[in-house]
Design a protein around this ligand. Structure first.
Ligand code: BGC
Length: 547
């Protein structure tokens, strides 16, 4: 190891990590808080765009007779291009933010990168809040804030995956998804509370609330340790040991710490020997090395990570979060847009914690397959009922059909929230080898935002009355793309439950996605690289034991 001492490990595959303590648990739970940025920032814009005050300052149109948000007429609105620009520019910022963040996280560390993300995010918020009606500054502010969210959303996943104990890593990273859902819910509530104000507080309060997220996350992270895997990658074994001892809540000289460190280093040396990275450009090119047909090659992992995030978006979930309000309104049963958003976001929030259990009990791959299949069924039922029941879309037209549609839309959200929502993030954090992990996670996160944006841009054409006007038939499209997502998971996603990140690397080398669930660790990286202090043969049992 450059600049470091040789670290000896164990041959015992069950001893490569210390038992989980409450402290190690709470460190990750705190980091999951970063999901709030993601959820809240995607959640407030839609509401602000419908606020009478916000519309008035950008259009200079006189207020309608009843200037309450829920009652404003359709012609008192921002032009479509402005709405689209203000909404989608966030994704542009997050896309580039996530890509750049991977590099920075390898240079200065995971923690400082997230803290930098908080600072960038605050700068963006200041730009959004400062001027009263200068579109360019608002849009730049949204771009900058987006870059901050990109930093945070990519590197939190990386950081959590690297510090979480293997037995509960899936559940803890799912906590990040839970925070996304809470962020969306809180944004909806804050926007609801301020939407009818006819002063700058209407939109400045929802934006300003975000400073508190940055303050909490940025300050809290100052007290958390850096990822030991970052220091190992840097070749600083001393700092890696200190960080590992802190994240595992063990003394520095504990065997557990030494053994886990030996695994991290053994695996890193193997990976480096496989793909030497001599220059900056070379280190990027390393993400695309190897054969597409080799399940453990870097190019395959990069494509699976970015593809999985694309597949998550094509489950169609954001159709409901972005356009659900207008869709439910066409069903005629619920007219209050806030109530509609509240129902969908609440179903999302309350069902997500189920994933904490099932992701560790049944594994990532299985829940992706089952959850995705349920989404296919639910979305096809909504499409079929909506198309077959003739007046389902006419207010009061076919109440039973409408109830069935609403019930299956809610089941669809719950299916996503318990499976694809968290599992896509969990898998992305686990599947890359250390030398390309930060870039791989960054690219995968960027892919999530890219496809999120594309869906946001194309969907209005599917549902607008002056375009394709698909109505509930749009769920035939989402049901079909969700089926493609399930197919993708079946052929390309391996089971990573219960394995250390280094064992995941071993598993990818020895199995295919379809056989991965039955793989069990049978050797350690320390043993493979001959870095076990002393091994004696137990003659009676034939087993090797260390002394
Ligand atoms: C997705 C977002 C989605 C959110 C809903 C996330 O995992 O990436 O696009 O809006 O879940 O909870």
């Amino acid at each position: 190891m450059p600049g470091g001492a040789v670290v000896f490990g164990t041959t015992d595959t069950s001893r490569i990590e210390a038992p989980v303590t409450l402290k190690t648990y709470f460190m990750c739970v705190f980091a999951a808080f970063g999901g709030i940025f993601f959820g809240y920032d995607t959640g407030w814009m839609g509401g602000v765009l419908g606020m009478p005050y916000f519309i008035q300052i950008y259009t200079h149109k006189p207020y309608p007779d009843d200037p309450r948000a829920a009652h404003i007429p359709a012609d008192f609105a921002l032009p479509a291009w402005e709405k689209s620009l203000m909404t989608s520019i966030l994704s542009a910022g997050t896309f580039f933010g996530a890509l750049i963040a991977g590099d920075i996280a390898d240079m200065v560390g995971r923690r400082p990168t997230i803290i930098m993300g908080c600072v960038v995010f605050c700068l963006g918020c200041i730009l959004e809040i400062a001027p009263e009606d200068v579109l360019a500054v608002f849009v730049i502010g949204r771009l900058v804030a987006g870059a901050g969210v990109g930093f945070i959303s990519a590197i939190i996943i990386l950081y959590m995956s690297e510090i979480a104990p293997k037995k509960v890593r899936g559940a803890l990273v799912s906590g990040y998804q839970f925070c996304i859902t809470i962020g969306i819910l809180v944004a909806n509530c804050v926007v609801y509370a301020t939407q009818d104000r006819l002063d700058t507080g209407s939109y400045r309060i929802p934006i300003g609330v975000q400073f508190s997220w940055a303050l909490i996350l940025g300050t809290g992270l100052l007290f958390l340790p850096e990822s030991p895997r970052f220091w190992a990658n840097k070749g600083d074994i001393e700092k890696a040991t200190i960080a590992l001892a802190r994240v595992r809540d063990q003394p520095r000289d504990s065997d557990y710490v030494q053994d886990e460190l030996a695994e991290i280093i053994g695996n890193l040396e193997f990976e480096r020997a496989n793909t030497p990275q001599l220059s900056y450009v070379g280190s990027w090119l390393a993400c695309f090395k190897g054969s597409l047909f080799d399940g453990s090659s870097n190019i395959r992992r990069t494509l699976v990570g970015t593809g999985l995030q694309c597949a998550q978006q094509f489950t169609g979930i954001n159709f409901i979060f972005y356009f659900g309000t207008s869709f439910f309104q066409t069903l005629g049963t619920i007219s209050n847009p806030f109530l509609i958003a509240l129902i969908t976001t609440l179903v999302n929030v309350v069902s997500t914690p189920i994933s904490f259990y099932i992701i560790e009990r049944f594994g990532r791959r299985r829940i992706l397959l089952i959850g995705g299949s349920l989404m296919v069924v639910c979305q096809f039922i909504v499409a079929i009922v909506g198309t077959a029941a003739p007046h389902a879309q006419t207010p009061g037209g076919n109440p039973s059909a409408v109830k069935v549609e609403i019930a299956f839309i809610c089941m669809n959200i719950a299916s996503f929230a318990t499976t694809w929502g968290p599992a896509a993030w969990v898998v992305v954090g686990e599947m890359f080898p250390l030398p390309i992990r930060s870039r791989g996670v960054g690219m995968s996160t960027a892919s999530n935002w890219f496809w999120n944006c594309i869906i946001g841009v194309i969907t209005p054409y599917f549902v607008s009355t002056d375009e394709l006007d698909l109505g509930p038939k749009v769920f035939f499209i989402w049901g079909s793309t969700a089926a493609l997502s399930v197919t993708f998971a079946y052929f390309f996603v391996s089971e990573t439950k219960g394995l250390s990140l280094e064992q995941v690397d071993q598993m990818l080398r020895e199995t295919t996605p379809r056989t991965s669930s039955t793989w069990r660790p049978h050797t350690t990286w320390a043993a493979e690289s001959g870095k076990v202090e002393k091994v004696v043969e137990d003659k009676a049992s034939g087993d090797a034991a260390e002394v």
